[in-house]
Design a protein around this ligand. Structure first.
Ligand code: M6R
Length: 612
């Protein structure tokens, strides 16, 4: 996720900004840039890759000044190139901006600005904001122009602007993307997050959505977007740097679990419109989906957690689109001589876009004439580049090795794809269609509710933390939830062996191991197979196994079947794997934590598996 820094003060500006940006590196990025104001005007430097490349560029061509902005970009619109790197300038080159988030209505704003004669250089959604301010500057002073431009934006943003007309002031604002103000001695900062400025000041002003800030060396001046002043006292930060990087959470994994409502919002953004009961994709993806044959065959390939998302996708696409789907582990697919032709679409699912087996599978499928659609979190990654179309999940960088928000955003992307194709092929319409669209729009709110059960889940985890074997069971859409829950636990707690099964498979073998107190996590949320799952619970309990049941809120009858009960909000069955994943992630986290495991960096595992 992008990192933003703004600086007003008397310290060497490029060094100060670079240093602050380096403290935001944990957010992930693929290019970086800086814009500094001095007597020559605005000077901009950008480089792809790591901050080191930008630092070298600044060493070769130093830039002096006392006010400036900097950015580390994690690509969302447009590949990670130098042109797409921030800061972006207007046509005159006298104002520059940095942005984090997604401007939902950028295409229509760009069309309008093009018609007004503006020239664009990048493929980003961000650049429109520079031109928008430029346009308003024709009739308004800069503070008003900045606020009027903000009012035009739909979507999420944190923006900071520097202008040659204003040598002593920066302008910033946020909506659903983070931006804070740091107030130091004789210097002030904008930053995406506290760690950027913690070495210089512990005095922070937190901004709310739809507030505008003018920042001078004396401090921030906050207003509403209408220009009405807002008073806010700075907060004193008590955390140390390591805690601050994790937003106050003890581990990145826990932070990322809590980021899921926002991550899913980003996956849905621009694609799901509940008010118009519409699901859509970008032009290229829609064009790709329009070429699918009536008898198209789909093969989903992926590894690990992404494979589990693929299994959910199989259930979704077969039930609602009535399209035949096979799901394959990419490491098997690439070596099993699969049957592929022009009427086959291979859907590759990958967080990193760099997994060696998935990439090899994609290349093989292409060689055999299959079409490739990728669901991916990292823009411009190898697999994204090798694909015919990409649905980016926009979940933001995932740092913990164990995938959490990447998984739920992959399942969300598959739900969008399913709804889009089901509607297009006439399998869904009227009330059932609207119910599913509304259900999907509701998912971020339901995740928030599911997260509320954290204290109870922590207590249940403490109760079972000494166990060394766990089973996870589910049926239909929640078979993959069981597989993923077990993977999460054994991944971050290598002292534990955990297996996920389709609950109906228990009696075909695994049940033989069940004995007194053996913990079995069962997903028994509201579904068409609920009664069958309850029977499976009883089979475990008959052998004295302990069932930790994840059930839907309001299901009072389940209490007598559960040794421990975790409830989640009710949803349509198709979306239940997203909601049920939340307690399962928290349970794994707290069991591992109670066992003193290295949660973010488990032994023997890598975040991105780029070797066979
Ligand atoms: O980047 P990818 O989604 O392609 O990675 C695939 C797997 O390596 C990954 O999901 C792995 O299983 C995770 N560590 C699970 O938490």
């Amino acid at each position: 996720m992008c990192g933003i820094v703004g600086y007003v003060g008397s310290a060497p500006v490029s060094e100060t900004i670079l240093d602050a940006l380096s403290r935001l590196e944990y957010r992930g990025y693929d290019s970086a840039g800086i814009a500094i104001l001095n007597s020559k005007g605005l000077e901009v430097r950008k480089r792809t890759g790591k901050l080191k490349a930008l630092a070298e560029a600044l060493q070769q061509e130093p830039v002096e000044g006392h006010i400036g902005i900097g950015h580390t970009r994690w690509a969302t619109h447009g590949e990670p190139t130098e042109v797409n790197a921030h800061p972006h300038t207007d046509c005159t080159g006298t104002l520059a901006i940095v942005h984090n988030g997604i401007i939902e209505n950028y295409a229509e704003l760009k069309e309008r600005l093009l018609a007004q004669g503006h020239t664009f250089r990048s493929q980003t959604d961000t650049e429109i904001f520079a031109h928008l301010v430029e346009e308003f500057l024709k009739a308004h002073p800069i503070d008003a122009a900045f606020r009027l431009a903000l009012k035009e934006l739909k979507g999420s943003y944190a923006v900071v602007l520097v202008s040659a007309r204003e040598p002593h002031r920066l302008f910033g604002a946020r909506n659903a993307s983070p931006l804070i103000v740091g107030v130091g001695k004789g210097e002030t900062f904008f930053a995406s997050d506290v760690p950027a400025i913690l070495e210089r000041t512990r005095s922070v002003v937190y901004l709310n959505d739809h507030e505008a800030v003018e920042l001078t060396v004396d401090g921030p001046r906050l207003t509403t977007l209408e220009g009405k002043p807002i008073r806010r006292q700075p907060t004193k930060i008590e955390w140390n740097l390591a805690a601050a990087r994790k937003g106050g959470f003890p581990h990145f994994m826990l932070k990322e679990i809590h980021e899921q409502p926002a991550a899913i919002e980003q996956t849905l953004m621009n694609r799901l419109d509940p008010a118009k009961a519409r699901v859509t994709f970008d032009r290229k993806t829609k064009a790709f989906l329009d070429t699918l044959h009536a008898n198209e065959r789909v093969i989903i390939i992926a590894c690990g957690t992404a494979y589990h998302a693929g299994v959910v996708g199989e259930y979704m696409l077969e039930e609602f689109v009535r399209i035949p789907v096979d799901v394959d582990l990419a490491s098997e697919f690439r070596y099993r001589d699969p049957m592929l032709d022009r009427r086959t679409t291979v859907i590759a699912i990958t967080q990193s876009g760099e997994t060696a087996d998935t990439l090899a599978g994609v290349r093989l499928a292409k060689e055999h004439g299959a079409k490739i659609l990728t669901i991916c979190n990292v823009m411009g990654s190898s697999i994204a580049r090798a694909s015919d179309a990409v649905i980016y999940t926009h979940a933001g960088p995932e740092i913990a090795v164990a995938s959490t928000k990447a998984y739920t955003s992959q399942v969300t992307a598959l739900a969008l794809l399913t709804l889009y194709l089901a509607k297009k092929r006439g399998h869904l319409s009227g009330a059932p269609w609207r119910r599913l669209v509304e259900g999907l729009a509701n998912v971020p709110r339901l995740i928030e509710q599911a997260l509320q059960a954290e204290p109870e889940i922590k207590a249940i985890a403490a109760k079972y933390a000494a166990a060394r074997n766990f089973y996870y069971l589910g049926r239909r859409y929640n078979v993959p939830t069981a597989l993923e829950g077990a993977l999460k636990l054994k991944e971050i707690c290598p002292l534990i062996h955990a297996e996920g099964y389709a609950a109906g498979e228990m009696k075909h073998g695994p049940i033989s191991l069940i004995r007194d107190g053996w913990p079995v996590v069962v997903i028994a949320t509201h579904s068409s197979v609920y009664d069958k799952v309850v029977s499976n619970i009883e089979e475990v309990r008959a052998r004295k196994g302990h069932c930790i049941v994840i059930a839907s809120e309001g299901d009072h009858a389940i209490k007598r079947h559960a040794n421990s009960l975790i409830t989640v909000p009710k949803t349509e069955e198709i979306f239940s794997p997203i909601i049920a994943a939340i307690p399962s992630q928290l349970f794994a986290y707290y069991v591992a934590d109670a066992n003193g495991c290295d949660i973010d960096q488990p032994p023997n595992l890598a975040k991105s598996v780029t070797v066979e």
